[in-house]
Design a protein around this ligand. Structure first.
Ligand code: FAD
Length: 248
């Protein structure tokens, strides 16, 4: 009998390097989402082992003597041969990252650092549940691409409205449900979700209070093993540059 492949998550460290890149292309995916394709020779040895990785992005300050603002973003896609990295930005209004992305033009310079490490969740689970808002969409899209044809996936994505939906991989075993904020919340959708049978891994990211509530619900009301959940805040209402992972 063949052994079931291990379902243990793995942490991988990477050498941290700062890379200077330039904008090669800007693509509007939705009214509030823009993909920026960055390029440069520094991308030659870039590594990102997990969809859940982030790079630190340094946004130039408006005055040369001030420090750049640092924010975390998902490496949505990268290609060492083409020396390219794609990052998808939510255009949420105010903040150095969103303002930079809204105005990004071919030729603009941008520095990134990392990823410092990766949290690798095996693809071998029977079922993957992916939960998030717009800020988690790049990670969810990357994960759907990785899992297509290999595992069953249920993704619940909360967005403002129908115009905010972006194209995601489709196929057998991939179920994507969109939740418009006017109609309900991600937490309500999770409450109504029948838990899949089999070995399941739950991944959630988005606004801090929402993700914390989802984590609590899964652990305390649905009895999901904490080791089968990775729940991270990607931003917090009224705060800047927040990144937390909920364990309890
Ligand atoms: C591991 C990780 C990966 C991430 N990947 C991505 C990604 O691929 N794409 C992406 O767009 N974001 C991603 N984020 C979230 C992003 O880092 C934050 O949204 C960040 O705060 C944006 O910086 P800013 O300069 O635009 O706004 P800030 O200066 O940080 O915040 C200004 C104001 O905007 C609010 N705000 C911040 N983000 C949002 C938002 N998404 N929606 C509504 N209001 C917001 C804040 O509460 C604050 O009031 C990721 C975060 C983490 C931790």
């Amino acid at each position: 009998m063949t052994e079931r492949p291990t379902l243990e998550v793995q942490r991988v460290r990477h050498e941290v390097k700062r890379r200077s890149l330039q904008v090669r292309k800007v693509t509007r995916l939705a009214p509030r989402m823009v993909r920026v394709t960055l390029g440069g020779d520094d991308m030659e040895d870039f590594v990102s082992a997990s969809f859940d990785d982030h790079v630190k992005v340094f946004f130039p300050a408006s005055t040369p003597d001030a420090e750049p603002a640092k924010r975390d973003f998902t490496p949505r896609r990268y290609d060492n041969a083409r020396r390219e990295l794609e990052i998808e930005f939510v255009l949420h209004g105010e903040g150095p990252a969103t303002e930079w992305a809204a105005a990004a033009q071919v030729g603009d310079a941008l520095e990134i650092g990392g990823p410092r490490g990766s949290f690798v969740i095996p693809v071998e689970f029977d079922h993957h549940v992916l939960l998030g808002d717009e800020s988690a969409l790049p990670a969810i899209a990357r994960r759907l691409e990785e899992l297509a044809g290999r595992a069953r996936v249920t993704a619940l994505v909360e967005v403002d409205g129908d115009a905010d939906r972006v194209a995601l991989p489709q196929g057998e075993g991939l179920a994507v449900h969109w939740i418009s904020r006017q109609q309900g919340s991600l937490l309500d959708a999770v409450r109504a979700l029948p838990l899949p049978a089999g070995e399941t891994y739950y991944w959630a990211a988005g606004e801090s209070a929402a993700v914390r509530a989802i984590h609590q619900h899964l652990v305390h009301e649905r009895g999901v093993d904490k080791k089968r959940i990775r729940a991270s805040s990607y931003w917090r209402r009224g705060a800047v540059a927040v990144h937390e992972t909920f364990e309890e």
